[in-house]
Design a protein around this ligand. Sequence first.
Ligand code: NAD
Ligand code: DAO
Ligand code: ZN
Length: 369
Amino acid sequence: MDVKAAIAWEAGKPLSLETVQLEGPKAGEVLVEIKATGVCHTDAYTLSGADPEGLFPAILGHEGAGVVVEVGPEVKSLKPGDHVIPLYTPECRQCEYCLSMKTNLCQAIRSTQGKGLMPDGSSRFSINGQKIYHYMGTSTFSNYTVLPEIAVAKIREDAPFEKVCYIGCGVTTGVGAVVNTAKVEPGSNVVVFGLGGIGLNVIQGAKMVGADMIVGVDLNPGKREIAEKFGMTHFVNPKEIEGDLVPYLVELTQGGADYSFECIGNVNVMRQALECCHKGWGVSIIIGVAGAGQEISTRPFQLVTGRVWKGSAFGGARGRTDVPKIVDWYMDGKINIDDLITHVLPIEQINDAFDLMHKGESIRTVLTF
Ligand code: NAD
Ligand code: DAO
Ligand code: ZN
């Protein structure tokens, strides 16, 4: 079938909206009509050429929501008409990783997904006979996409696509890092580095679970107002304090953070996030994706004396199980998505969405088809 998709032809070039050919679903796969998709920093990272796994030409996008229109043979858990969110972290419930119950990093389709291909090793997108790669197993910058059944979360039908698409990445990554990875307890002191589309979701997750002090750290003073709206109790601009940031934060939190979250992707800030944690028990969660080849460092004594460094991908969420629950939290008013979606644009303006993000003028832009 012919579909409308934004093609990333090469690194560093604007996306190009074109008519693309898409093959239908094979065994264990479904065809989904994408109704809305967010634009995330990870799309920009890959488009920039900095992503070592980045392949071109590709159809980017990994934060979508839509409707199942066709199912392939052997599909059991989905039917046409189901409302869904594509998952870049699948949940097969059968692989060693899923069965361990220790991680959300299902490996069932990892090797083909990382090569921009469907599980049978083929690409389903082409243009005039030329292969176009899938991206993160989702390729939501297309009005139709083909997905493995295990990479699809079925959601309630009254949830608005242009809001809950954000649960496909940013919301789940931030809120999930608090709930699943850190398991923040009520009364905790939390420090969040970076108040963008991820950090603000960490803040609202920390508020939801009853954290006491929620400190936000950002170089951009313009982030203060929205972060306070989401539950931040103290704002720290590293440019405006006297002395070093780490002792300042340790003093502010009266001994150090119980939990800190790095939501930037800056390896120097990752070190500050670990070292501002409380001696003996503070846990620092790395969410930000650093540039290829970069390394983190600290004095090992920081770990010997009880601080813990952890990472979190997709908020530690098991997508088919957890994403429908997060949609419920939104629909029940437990989390706020509406105020984070600062712009809604038609897919034709996809390059404007990237510009808004690069200029720091948007938290999230959602594109509609
Ligand atoms: P963003 O650009 O919207 O937000 C980053 C914020 O950090 C901005 O407000 C910026 O002003 C602030 N900042 C930058 N440098 C700073 C510094 N040195 N000190 C303090 N503040 C600083 O980005 P985002 O969309 O929120 O994404 C954050 C990171 O999370 C990115 O690296 C992204 O790739 C990553 N991410 C990770 C996952 C995951 O599963 N682990 C998922 C999605 C995104
Ligand atoms: O299992 O090795 C693997 C793949 C893990 C992918 C996790 C991606 C999380 C970070 C990327 C940001 C996504 C928007
Ligand atoms: Zn699995």
